[in-house]
Design a protein around this ligand. Structure first.
Ligand code: ADP
Ligand code: MG
Length: 396
């Protein structure tokens, strides 16, 4: 799960991570009001979307930049009116961009240096690792590729946490000494506490800045949370903004289905993540392209299967469906009933190929055969993939 920058700032406040004052606004008038409440003679206005690269992004309206500096509350209002309700395209949003529904209005700061600081889980060593670099503000991927020696990696022992000597090493490698080192150490320590206590999988501060008047501040924030830990993070779940997410995935998660939307046109409904992956591969192998990853799980109910089918059918880019079920624990007849229920309700107007195997398969096949639904059975997974690809190509 992701959150907006202004929400990340609420977490900063809770955990004592230094940043500049500011607030979220939903309208130009509100932006002006927030600006009036801030001190300092310069302001920063930032589009709030679940994607980075906003500064260098462009609105579909032609207006350039999702991050702007200005001097007066009136200018803040004017900038807000150019961003709110508009689609912002950045290198992280994809060509469709994201609609800006909220903006952050904050005090601008005089930046002396822009640094990079992140904490994430290193999959190779299975421990948190701090990534820091003097090359903040720009695209860190380019730095990692072109000058990897400028990136410091510090693994953290999860039982000990980030130790004071480590925060000092990191600060010193970022060129922060004296009072700046003390401020940075405190910021790193509090950010690490936030990372662990809120079950983050990634916290990225880019830029972490040193100001001309001698402060170390987090100016931007990108957070990812471990979805498997959300059950014990109600305050984080409350920050979820479903308008930023793929609507098909939002619907699927309501029904406990593992669903990831993709760009192709052949939908798959499969039980088990491994079989789902194999099914997507074999669709590609047969010359097709999957519209989704969908694992209904080992113990799916008839209702879940029906919901899965509805989600698939609601997707306009889907031109054919491949059901590939291996009933180990799963009862094939439950799947069959779910398919029939959803297909009858929605009216199935696209080709459907079903491959059922395993537990209670004869009953499942009988249910499908007696339903009167127009569908094709398949001998095996390769046969099934070839059939659906052929059917979709005929209809295309
Ligand atoms: P993004 O990473 O999405 O482009 P950032 O928040 O990192 O958005 O902003 C981009 C750039 O804008 C920063 O690298 C920084 O140079 C400048 N900036 C952001 N916030 C402020 C601020 N409060 N004061 C001055 N400059 C800022
Ligand atoms: Mg940034």
């Amino acid at each position: 799960m992701n959150i907006h920058e202004f929400q990340a700032r609420e977490l900063f406040a809770e955990f004592g991570v230094a940043t500049q004052p500011g607030k979220v606004a939903h309208s130009p008038e509100e932006a002006e009001k927030v600006a009036l409440g801030l001190s300092g003679d310069r302001l920063v206005i930032k589009a709030q979307i679940h994607a980075g690269g906003r500064g260098k992004g462009t609105f579909k309206s032609g207006f350039k930049g999702g991050v702007h500096l200005c001097n007066t509350p009136t200018e803040a209002k004017d900038l807000a009116s150019k961003m709110l309700g508009q689609i912002l395209v950045t290198h992280q949003t994809g060509p469709d961009g994201k609609e800006v529904g909220k903006i952050f209005v904050g005090e601008a700061v005089d930046i002396a240096r822009e640094l990079y600081f992140a904490i994430l889980i290193d999959r190779a060593t299975s421990v948190p690792v701090v990534i820091a670099s003097t090359e903040g503000g720009v695209d860190i991927e380019t730095v990692a590729e072109k000058s990897p020696e400028r990136i410091l990696r510090v693994p953290v022992n999860p039982f000990l946490g980030l130790m004071p000597y480590q925060t000092r090493i990191i600060a010193s490698s970022l060129g922060l000494t004296g009072p700046l080192m003390n401020q940075a150490s405190k910021l790193f320590f509090n950010l690490y506490r936030l990372f662990t206590e809120r079950d983050c999988s990634m916290v990225e501060v880019n830029p972490l800045v040193v100001t001309n008047d001698g402060h170390v501040l987090a100016l931007d924030a990108k957070f990812n949370f471990d979805d498997n830990a959300l059950y014990r993070q109600p305050s984080i779940v409350a920050m979820r903004d479903v308008t930023e997410e793929d609507q098909r995935e939002v619907e699927a998660s309501k029904h406990g289905l593992n669903y990831i939307g993709l760009d192709g046109n052949i939908a798959c409904l499969v039980n088990g993540a491994g079989l789902a992956m194999a099914t997507m591969d074999i669709i590609q192998h047969a010359g097709g392209s999957p519209a989704n990853f969908l694992d209904v799980g080992g113990g799916a109910t008839r209702e879940q299967v029906a919901s899965a089918f509805r989600i698939i059918l609601a997707d306009k880019s889907v031109k054919g469906i491949l059901v590939n079920i291996f009933g180990g624990i799963m009862d094939c007849d439950v799947i069959a009933h779910g398919i029939v229920e959803a297909a009858k309700e929605t009216g199935l107007a696209i080709p459907l190929v079903v491959r059922l195997e395993g537990n209670n398969v004869e009953a499942g096949k009988k249910t499908l055969a007696e339903s009167g639904l127009k569908l094709e059975g398949a001998e095996n997974i390769l046969d099934a993939a070839r059939r659906i690809v052929a059917a979709v190509n005929v209809n295309a």
